[in-house]
Design a protein around this ligand. Structure first.
Ligand code: AMP
Ligand code: ZN
Length: 468
């Protein structure tokens, strides 16, 4: 299996640190709002990497954080007149819901920055003790010039960086020894969350959290570290500096970065008004369509989001679903059980498509080519699976298509529709839960019904429902 490594700018054979195991860390979102479709790209892409690794038999320890202390969260909290914790708790919950709807598996661990402050203080202290960090007036900075390999990930030269930064020096930052030095700990400001530290009350810088959480949940050396390409510099460069100076070991072996998602060929931004949350897209489409759209491009290619591309993704995904549905029906109506000689021969052809699919995935996760192999298989199934086929043969075609789609996180085996009486039963249970003020259970039921495509409406006459 080959992975493009940002560190070496080459595709490299993947060799795990420990046989059969993968330790993987993916930088997660800052939770101050609903996630947007740009944030969804690394989630979908790296969830697919994980799924393929699992398909290959690896045991994957997948860690992805939530940044729950940050200027944007604090600003939002002030705007709403609530605590920063209330904001982050709310949007972590919403983010997890979007992830579930995109069929992104929960991480093995989803650590929260605010729960790991002790570890951050410890790492900062070690860096100070080793001469890689210093404190000035309650702020602790990382001393970049002492880490000779700084710039190795972003392929930037330390001297160029230094001269570039000198001219950009921001006022109030002159207490730094060097313009390149970055913050590990900052003193508290009025009204902000803070923690007690040896350098006074304050909060950690952003970069330190990932170094600490990666070490705690995966160890000092890991296999894969991933995120969007905007994180290469300075975030990942700084993570490497912190971790390698603290632990004296290579931090991560393979660095993977997804390219950006644009909208109508322009950078997505709130001010341009071309900004979509995952939730908004979910109102128009099944989020499986968004997942298909993302995976129909290579993760290192910039991707353009448009209404037309979503429509064509929907139609393409429907073709796989329709084929799986048809095969399922054929398994029920098949006249004979076992494969004929001719069908056994045809399974060899099916295996050729499976091999093509695997080769695409082994080549730095070329999901676009992998999807193309699934379509070849769909075409093959539509040609060779029919009313005369044996049950074993159509079942084999069905299982293969479902399995390959599943590795991409695409659910093509449509659930049997929920019966009306089961819907009514759940609605009654939800009403009872609300009466008992068990809102957690009530929300769970609403979400469960939503996942089945059942939409509830509370009216004066009671709860009404319809299918999406
Ligand atoms: P943030 O919450 O801004 O730290 O972003 C969380 C993740 O989403 C990071 O891995 C970012 O690189 C990634 N990301 C943000 N915007 C986009 C975008 N437009 N396209 C692709 N990835 C993005
Ligand atoms: Zn990070």
């Amino acid at each position: 299996m080959k992975i493009y490594n940002t560190l070496t700018k080459r595709k490299e054979e993947f060799i795990p640190l420990e046989e059969g195991k993968v330790k993987m860390y993916v930088c997660g979102p800052t939770v101050y709002n609903f996630i947007h479709i740009g944030n969804a790209r690394p989630m979908i892409v790296f969830d697919t990497v994980r799924r393929y690794m699992e398909y290959k038999g690896y045991e994957v320890n997948y860690v992805s954080n939530f940044t729950d202390v940050d200027d944007k969260i604090i600003a939002k909290a002030i705007e709403e007149g609530v605590s920063a914790e209330e904001i982050s708790t709310r949007y972590i919950k919403e983010c997890k819901k979007d992830m579930a709807d995109m069929n992104v598996k929960p991480a093995t661990t989803h650590p929260l920055a605010t729960q790991e402050i002790d570890g951050m203080i410890e790492m900062i202290q070690t860096l100070i003790d080793k001469g890689f960090a210093y404190e000035v007036n309650g702020t602790v900075y990382f001393r970049v010039k002492n880490f000779k390999e700084y710039g190795k990930l972003s392929h930037k030269n330390l001297e160029d960086l230094q001269s570039g930064f000198r001219s950009l020096q921001v006022s109030g930052e002159d207490q730094k020894e060097d313009p390149l030095d970055f913050v590990l700990w900052k003193p508290k400001k009025e009204g902000e969350p803070y923690w007690v530290s040896p350098w006074g009350e304050g909060r950690p810088g952003w970069h330190i959290e990932c170094s600490v959480m990666s070490k705690k949940y995966l160890g000092e050396e890991i296999d894969i570290h991933a995120g969007g390409e905007d994180l290469i510099f300075p975030h990942h460069e700084n993570e490497i500096a912190q971790s390698e100076c603290c632990n004296g070991k290579t931090f991560a072996r393979y660095w993977m970065h997804n390219a950006f998602l644009n909208i109508d060929n322009r950078k997505m931004s709130k001010s341009l008004g071309n900004f979509f949350t995952v939730r908004e897209i979910g109102e128009k489409y099944d989020l499986q369509v968004l997942r298909f759209f993302m995976l129909n491009a290579h993760y290192r290619s910039p991707l353009n989001f448009s209404a037309e591309l979503m429509e064509s993704s929907k139609n393409a995904l429907d073709r796989i679903i329709t084929c799986a549905d048809q095969l399922k029906r054929l398994t029920k109506s098949a006249q004979c059980e076992d494969m004929t000689e001719e069908e056994i021969k045809l399974t060899e052809e099916v295996q050729r498509y499976v091999k093509k699919y695997e080769e695409a995935m082994e080549d730095d996760f070329n999901t676009a080519d992998a999807i193309a192999s699934i379509f070849e298989l769909v075409k093959f199934a539509n040609t060779h699976g029919n009313g005369d086929s044996s049950k074993a043969f159509v079942q084999y075609l069905f299982d293969t298509i479902v399995k390959l789609s599943d590795v991409l996180g695409l659910l093509v085996d449509k659930e049997e529709e929920m019966l009306d009486e089961d819907v009514e039963k759940l609605i009654a249970e939800r009403q009872a839960a609300r009466k008992e003020k068990n809102f957690k259970r009530a929300d769970e039921i609403r979400d469960q019904l939503a996942a089945m495509g059942i939409i509830l409406k509370d009216t004066r006459e009671g709860v009404q429902w319809k299918r999406a």
